[in-house]
Design a protein around this ligand. Structure first.
Ligand SMILES: CC(C)(COP(=O)(O)OP(=O)(O)OC[C@H]1O[C@@H](n2cnc3c(N)ncnc32)[C@H](O)[C@@H]1OP(=O)(O)O)[C@@H](O)C(=O)NCCC(=O)NCCS
Length: 176
């Protein structure tokens, strides 16, 4: 497993992106990103604290232009034999340059490295931007789950089969 120093990618303009494990000092920035990304239903800080202590391998941030630009939380689920994307968000100032793609690529790479070849996630039915984002990364809608969210909204479960021989990212990985 890759260490805390992180993995280097580039955005679509060739600027460096460092993907590394989240740490406690990132939490104010992660909370800021969360509130901008999910203004109606941000995760409370304890969710991030819990993941920092109980799921540190599955909590990554992307640094771009000297600041944390986004985060991703993922898990591996031995009982169902699959990886799961819990949450991903990119700061509005850093969107549409490949940060989300890089975070997903690195999560998928680590899930595959842990021996899992399927990834699932849930997305709000109304979140067309995220659905397009996931579709572009190779996820396909599998089923609808009515009233999945606290406010009653339907979730779309999306799934992707990982190919272990595939280069994980469309963005060149520079080193480890
Ligand atoms: C979804 C999200 C993580 C994407 O992050 P990002 O860094 O902007 O994504 P990328 O730059 O890697 O996008 C890659 C491609 O995905 C698609 N895409 C990304 N955001 C999109 C949007 N809002 N609308 C339509 N397509 C989108 C596009 O095809 C894009 O390529 P393009 O810019 O050349 O058209 C980001 O918009 C975000 O944080 N949204 C709010 C939180 C959220 O909805 N999270 C998912 C919850 S399930």
């Amino acid at each position: 497993m890759t260490g805390a120093e992180g993995v280097r990618y580039t955005d679509r303009y060739g600027n460096p992106i460092l993907v590394r494990r989240a740490k406690k000092s990132d939490l104010p920035r992660i909370t800021e990103i969360e509130e901008l990304a999910f203004p109606k239903s941000p995760y409370p800080t304890y969710v991030f604290l819990w993941n920092l202590s109980c799921n540190p391998e599955g909590f990554l941030v992307a640094e771009r232009c000297g600041e944390v630009a986004g985060y991703i939380i993922f898990e591996t689920r031995p009982l169902s034999g699959e990886g799961h994307i819990v949450s991903i968000a990119v700061h509005p100032d850093h969107r549409r340059v490949g940060v989300g793609t890089v975070l997903m690529a690195e999560a998928e790479r680590r899930i595959a490295e842990a021996g899992y070849d399927v990834v699932r996630l849930e997305v709000r039915e109304s979140n067309f931007g995220a659905r397009r984002f996931y579709e572009r990364l190779g996820y396909r809608p599998e089923r609808r789950v009515p009233r999945y969210y606290d406010d009653g909204e339907t979730a779309i479960v999306m799934v992707k089969e990982l190919r272990r021989d595939e280069e994980a990212s469309p963005s060149r990985r520079v080193d480890r």
